[in-house]
Write a protein that binds this ligand. Structure first.
Ligand code: JBN
Length: 247
């Protein structure tokens, strides 16, 4: 997978050099290209923003630098087209299901904005011939889209084949489509069996895989009911067995 990121703060993406994503890049599973938007701002101050038409607070990012920057990225591979992802509080929710949709894409282009956002004509220009998604990582406003890009790149990159040590981990994730969709993962434990008077639940030491699976699902349902009751309401009743319904 190729990922391009255009930003006025490319240094913001240093975390993509470490941990799982860093190793995926070293192993050639993920190819990340960072671009400084100001390289396409040609005035002496390398200006990328201006006052909003119609008045109002803040500044809007100018269309010209963005248009030249996106054109330059697209020119990197004339035979392919990236899916463009615009991080914004005004976007569709970023979910595990959307992460799984993105991991199937060969090329993603992230366009994190600053200020009040990017002149709307930019994505109108590219939306006529490319897939352009406005995506939000949550109902809050950040100083810019860069942190949202880090979140999405990690959520998508960890799903790439070969990145997680055990592919099963992604299947058991909270929200993973299938058994765990709309469910939160339950509690996890490791050695020692007793720590400061807290013992690991006996069932987990039993070696009885069927009972352990049942216990884990019960705990997932309980945690979901406690922390995200609205997700329980969204559970497909067909996926609940008679034991689930008794909880
Ligand atoms: N909530 C978000 O995804 C976001 C992106 C930029 N600012 O906020």
């Amino acid at each position: 997978m190729r990922i391009d990121i255009i930003s006025i703060f490319p240094e913001y993406f240093a975390p993509l050099d470490v941990s799982l994503i860093g190793k995926a890049r070293e192993r050639g599973i993920l190819d990340v290209h960072l671009h400084q938007l100001r390289d396409w701002a040609h005035d002496v101050h390398r200006t990328v923003d201006d006052t909003p038409y119609g008045g109002g607070p803040g500044m809007v990012m100018k269309p010209e630098p963005w248009g030249e920057a996106i054109d330059a990225v697209l020119a990197a591979d004339q035979d392919a087209r990236p899916r463009i992802i615009v991080p914004t509080p005004s976007g569709v929710p970023f979910t595990q299901r959307l992460a799984m949709e993105y991991v199937a894409e060969p090329w993603l282009l992230f366009t994190p904005a600053r200020y009040e956002g990017i002149d709307s004509r930019v994505m109108a220009e590219y939306g006529s011939r490319l897939c352009v998604d406005e995506v939000s990582i949550g109902d809050y406003v950040l100083a810019g889209g860069e942190a949202a890009v880090l979140v999405m790149v990690e959520a998508v990159g960890r799903l790439l084949p070969g990145v997680l040590g055990n592919a099963r981990s992604a299947v058991d994730d909270s929200f993973a489509p299938g058994e765990m969709e709309n469910l939160l993962e339950g509690p996890v434990y490791t050695k020692p069996p007793e720590w400061r008077g807290h013992e690991v639940p006996e069932i987990l030491l039993s070696g009885h895989h069927g009972k352990i699976a049942r216990w884990r699902r019960d705990e997932a349902l309980r945690r979901t009911a406690r922390n995200r009751a609205e997700l329980l309401a969204a559970l497909d009743p067909a996926t609940l067995d008679k034991h689930d319904r008794r909880l």
